[in-house]
Design a protein around this ligand. Structure first.
Ligand code: BGC
Length: 405
């Protein structure tokens, strides 16, 4: 049976400021990339110049048939020096919101997507005792431009941000991002997690007090699955990596699910993805069923907070593979809907091939970009996703297999 979706179902694509805008020079990541760190071999540079070309980006998405666009505001541009709020930067982001609305795209706006001002990182970032106050001051500057924005994501992947903070606690003489690139991915820092949760709740309250937006945050989900006999280890991996952040969203208007791949949890915890020719350009296992696993887990842990898929996609140079992956992921989303899970939308990562945190090779985009001329080349996957969006129906598959781990 085909599943026709509610008319207001969001069909869109997502980006973040630092990965697309270019020249985000007051940010912590810019500083790091330009220190020629061996783990960040490539710099963001001009990005894909979306700071200037966002009208073209949005027109392409809307023209293809999508009705939503997730993008962010950049703290490092809005408050490039502590206490100095750039009115011009705020006006820029308000123009982006207006442009999206004029194109018929519902803006889904992220307040914090990994990057922050360099001054904040130098103060210790999320490990600074006044971190919540700094973030709240930034949010108070942004709230006045959020009228007519229906969806606000406070912090992208707080569990990954807490991981970066954990690295910093281990190496306090370095700033958070520098510490992150030591190569070892530590567990998320529980103290930073508490700080991020507090920051989220305060920001959500501030946004709700002044707007009608639905407010939530988005969690990186690894769609953990237990190896035989490893149910306790699975519970521990979820407790460490995902559940506190999902539990913090119990009273939110939505939870942003972000899933790309699934990880097996063995006797010693999460197991790295084994080498496999089918792995994607980020080295992750090809697992479109991760979306269904993540949606069910988020639904269960939040106790029924409405779900918005804020990221799902694949790093591949073969666009037909992107269509195959996404088609299968959407089948898993359809199954979740038939189980009664309240999923409000699907936002593909990413709208554009963009800067993948130190690398340009892993291409996630529905639109390719020539990084010399900045010319945009929509891929067949954009037209394909747009046609799914226009139909607003998820076709029932003949059979749907969940791959064994
Ligand atoms: C992040 C994006 C990133 C994507 C693919 C998510 O963790 O929010 O910024 O590009 O995954 O790695």
């Amino acid at each position: 049976m085909n599943s026709t979706l509610p008319a207001e179902f969001l069909w869109g694509a997502a980006t973040s400021p630092h990965q697309t805008e270019g020249n985000n020079i007051a940010s912590d990541w810019w500083a790091l990339e330009n220190s020629r760190h061996p783990l960040l071999p490539e710099r963001s540079g001009d990005g894909v110049d979306s700071y200037h070309r966002y009208p073209e980006d949005m027109a392409l998405l809307a023209g293809a048939g999508l009705n939503a666009y997730r993008f962010g505001v950049e703290w490092a541009r809005i408050e490039p020096e502590r206490g100095h709020v750039s009115r011009a930067a705020l006006a820029h982001y308000r123009r982006m919101i207006d442009t999206a609305l004029d194109c018929g795209l519902t803006p889904v706006l992220t307040l914090h997507h990994f990057t922050g001002p360099r001054w904040f990182a130098d103060l210790g970032g999320w490990t600074n005792p006044h971190a919540v106050g700094h973030f709240a001051r930034f949010v108070s500057a942004v709230v006045p431009i959020l009228y007519e924005v229906d969806w606000v994501c406070t912090i992208n992947e707080p569990n990954m941000v807490a991981t970066m903070a954990g690295a910093q606690r281990a190496a306090p003489d370095q700033n958070a991002v520098q510490a992150f690139t030591t190569g070892v991915l530590p567990d998320p820092d529980p103290e930073a997690a508490r700080t991020l949760i507090e920051a989220h709740h305060i920001a959500a309250e501030m946004v709700r007090a002044e707007t009608d937006a639905k407010v939530g945050w988005s969690v990186a989900q690894q769609a953990f699955v237990a190896a035989p006999g490893c149910e306790d280890q699975l519970a521990e991996a979820n407790r460490l990596w995902e559940d506190p952040y999902l539990e913090a969203a119990r009273d939110d208007d939505f939870i942003g699910v972000q899933a790309y791949t699934s990880r097996l949890v063995g006797p010693d915890g999460p197991i790295p993805h084994p080498e496999d020719p089918a792995n994607t350009l980020t080295g992750w296992a090809y697992r479109p069923d991760a979306l269904g696993i993540a949606i069910r887990h988020a639904w269960q842990v939040t106790g029924g907070t409405p779900i918005l898929v804020t990221e799902n996609g694949i790093a591949t140079a073969d666009d037909s593979r992107r269509i195959a992956y996404t088609g299968e992921a959407l089948e898993h989303l359809r199954l979740a809907l038939t189980e009664g899970i309240d999923v409000r939308g699907y936002l593909h990562w990413s709208a554009l091939d963009n800067y993948e945190w130190g690398h340009w090779r892993p291409t996630f985009g529905l639109i390719g970009v020539d990084r010399t001329t900045f010319a945009r080349s929509p891929k067949p996957s954009l037209a394909w996703l747009g046609s799914v969006a226009r139909a607003n129906t998820l076709p029932a598959p003949e059979t749907l297999e969940t791959q064994p781990c």
